[in-house]
Design a protein around this ligand. Structure first.
Ligand code: ADP
Ligand code: MG
Length: 693
């Protein structure tokens, strides 16, 4: 499947020269398991080692490179003292300083009376030039190898820049000569450089400018990556669009019944989203649509109403939520909204007893259940619908593109609506959901109370606790969020636990704790206690569920707010906007905090517009971090940077439209090259899907 010219790049890194077994694991964690991952591990800086001059007129604090003769060794008197090696270039003396080294290795590397080419930072100290731990020491004949600009790579402990440079060199040797996949004539109006030249040159930068996002090298590579991303999504989209689906035209009976019993009227944004969805439902093609709307914008009602139109056709529907808590909440909401109908709504979760599960499976197979709600357990083998026509997926960003593909394979004729409460900037939408149509609910129901956000130093904690005490006594409930940087990061969990203990000293057994290491069922218990008011202060790592609805909870305190993405803060804050009272969100930061971080937090103070916040966050932080790339399944670019390359993305999208217009099966010369591009950036799934079609 993968073109054979790519094999050398996709072989494992242990096939590279100069990497011992000991380091393979470290490199794998740092870059990835394949040669291509090394190749795409770009330098972020350059060290200039071209400076050489007689030591008699050298410049202080600069990297100096030159040839010296070793004259004397002075081993340390005590362990605290450094090992000193004296040498000279004929004009001046230089002393090399080493801490914690073995005598043997120094004697081997710096033999007295011999010449060595060395490089490192020199400093003038007590009337003498000195260099602490030279970066390079080589035989005199290899001076020219050092006299260059040295790329500096992101490293991990145990891996040196020299090792990295060696690996890069070997992986560059494996880059085959590609046929050009860019249309150099028309769309490609960037200054031209081939992929091969760009990747070679970026690994031997001539200056720091070569490495910046707007260098022609970076732009070429970024454009290639974005083009592959857009092409892959367009291929999937092309296939979905061509696929026969089912046309659902209901008689509006159920729809009317439920709409007329709603205790509110739909917002215009909800109505137009419903219109767009029902257009899709009517066409005989498969629907794949993203519904975006801020927390509290009323997506659940929209989902239900759109399901009713399908059920009116005698077809079953399913709603999938990312967690059991959310599934249960959807179930309760939907059950309530459907109380005037005789629809059968069921909740399928892991907690059900085997007998209950069997009953649900049975009813499902017989077509007795109209709406099935649950987690992704809904799509295990045993779950068999009589006739499933429509799936709604809530909070999709936790599922990811590949799961989406898997799902659309399962119910091949199924319409799919994906709902997300993360406002996604337009460019990221294109890179992550470019295969879907999308609707947006950019309006909150009337009468929502605005919330107030304050930003303050964590050293104000005592006064925060005092204020909190008063509010809790008045019957308010509050969230206290401690960030968990890494799921596995024990120290952060420890921080949350510690905070929990400390708050217990103030508030007694009214404090609850919920975190990611707890079992679903344990989380449920705590959430339930908080809902019912047995606990009034809930200390949480970020696992507190996105959609969980506790109207009494109107205060949120977020520690280390500077560690969160703005979109994430916005989502957290959304939880206190559903309340009976005006919400208050306190963002606590800890020193040191950068100006950008301050600016970011201030944006939270200024606006509650999630879409605006998301765009700003992208500008200030870059795409990966906004959405927490690793968990989200969002396109994780190696070469492109969405805070700089948005225009390239739009260009790539236009380019793709043209490509598929003239060469929908990628059969032309350029088309063939583009297939290679897809494989180069590991869009295998898209190629497979495309080939299958
Ligand atoms: P989301 O899932 O988008 O975060 P929900 O669907 O949970 O939002 O809706 C939040 C709350 O707003 C629910 O209590 C819901 O009943 C209510 N709601 C939904 N639509 C409207 C509307 N048009 N007017 C008033 N309240 C609404
Ligand atoms: Mg929701």
């Amino acid at each position: 499947m993968r073109p054979s010219i790519l094999y050398p790049l996709f072989s494992p890194i242990d096939s590279l020269k100069g990497i011992g077994a000991k380091y393979q694991k470290l490199i794998k964690n740092l870059c990835g398991p394949k040669v291509i991952d090394i190749l795409f591990h770009l330098p972020y800086n350059v060290v200039d080692r071209t400076y050489t001059s007689p030591l008699s007129n050298a410049i202080n604090n600069k990297i100096w490179t030159g040839v010296v003769t070793i004259t004397e060794h002075i081993p340390p008197q005590t362990k605290k003292h450094p090992y000193r090696v004296y040498c000279t270039d004929g004009t001046k003396e230089l002393v090399l300083i080493f801490f914690k080294v073995y005598k043997d290795s120094i004697e081997k590397n710096y033999p007295i009376g011999e010449k060595r080419a060395i490089s490192g930072k020199i400093e003038y100290f007590n009337g003498m030039w000195q260099m602490t731990h030279p970066d390079f020491v080589l035989p005199e004949s290899r001076l020219k190898d050092i006299l260059c600009l040295e790329p500096v790579y992101p490293l991990t402990s145990g891996i040196t820049n020299k090792m990295m440079t060696k690996l890069i060199k070997d992986s560059l040797n494996r880059v085959p000569s590609f046929s050009e996949w860019q249309d150099v004539g028309s769309q490609y109006d960037l200054e031209y450089i081939s992929f091969n030249d760009a990747i070679k040159r970026i690994h031997s930068p001539k200056n720091i400018e070569d490495l910046l996002p707007n260098s022609i090298l970076r732009k070429r590579l970024a454009y290639d990556e974005l083009l592959s991303n857009q092409l892959a999504l367009a291929l999937i989209r092309q296939r979905v669009k061509a696929k026969k689906g089912r046309s659902f035209v209901g008689d509006n009976s159920l729809y009317q019944k439920v709409v007329s019993s709603l205790p509110f009227s739909l917002t215009n944004a909800q109505i137009s989203a419903l219109d767009e969805i029902s257009q899709d439902q009517k066409t005989p093609y498969k629907m794949l649509r993203l519904l975006q709307g801020d927390v509290g914008s009323g997506k659940t009602v929209v989902a239900l109403l759109s399901m009713l139109k399908v059920i009116e056709n005698g077809v079953q529907t399913a709603l999938m939520a990312p967690t059991e808590i959310l599934a249960k909440q959807h179930y309760e909401t939907i059950l309530d909204l459907c109380k005037n109908t005789d629809l059968k709504v069921e909740l399928l979760t892991g907690k059900l007893r085997p007998k209950q599960k069997r009953e649900i499976y049975e009813a499902l197979k017989n077509g007795k259940i109209n709406i099935l709600i649950g987690t992704h357990a809904l799509f295990t083998e045993q779950v068999e619908f009589k006739d499933l026509g429509y799936v709604v997926i809530d909070e999709q960003h936790r599922f990811g593109v590949n799961q989406r593909l898997a799902l659309s394979k399962k119910g091949s004729l199924c319409d799919v609506l994906v709902m997300t409460a993360t406002p996604i900037p337009r460019s990221l939408l294109l890179t992550a959901y470019g295969d879907m149509d999308y609707s947006k609910i950019a309006e909150l129901p009337k009468g929502r109370k605005p919330s107030k956000t304050v930003v303050m130093n964590v050293n104000k904690l005592p006064s925060v606790i005092d204020a909190l005490k008063r509010k809790l006594e008045e019957g308010t409930r509050a969230y206290w969020v401690c960030p968990l940087v890494e799921e596995s990061d024990k120290s952060d969990l420890a921080a949350a636990t510690e905070r929990f203990e400390m708050l217990k000293n103030h508030f007694g057994d009214k404090v609850g704790l919920i975190h990611g290491k707890m079992k679903e069922s344990e989380k449920d218990v705590v959430m339930e206690e908080f809902k019912q008011g047995k606990k009034t202060l809930l200390v949480a790592t970020t696992v507190i569920e996105v959609g969980v609805n506790v109207p009494e909870a109107t205060i949120m305190i977020i520690e280390h707010a500077e560690r969160f993405g703005l979109a994430q803060l916005h989502q957290l804050r959304g939880r206190i906007k559903r309340g009976f009272d005006e919400g208050v969100c306190m963002l606590l930061y800890s020193y040191p905090i950068s100006n950008i971080s301050k600016e970011r937090l201030n944006i939270m103070k200024q606006t509650e517009d999630g879409f605006f916040i998301a765009e700003k966050d992208l500008e200030l932080r870059g795409g990966g971090e906004i959405l927490g790339t690793r968990q989200s399944g969002f396109a994780n670019f190696k070469l492109a940077d969405m805070s700089y390359h948005q225009n390239l993305l739009l260009k790539a999208r236009d380019d793709v439209i043209n490509i598929l217009k003239t060469d929908p099966k990628l059969e032309s010369k350029r088309g063939t090259a583009l297939k290679t591009l897809l494989y180069l950036f590991e869009q295998d799934e898209a190629v497979k899907t495309y080939l299958a079609g």
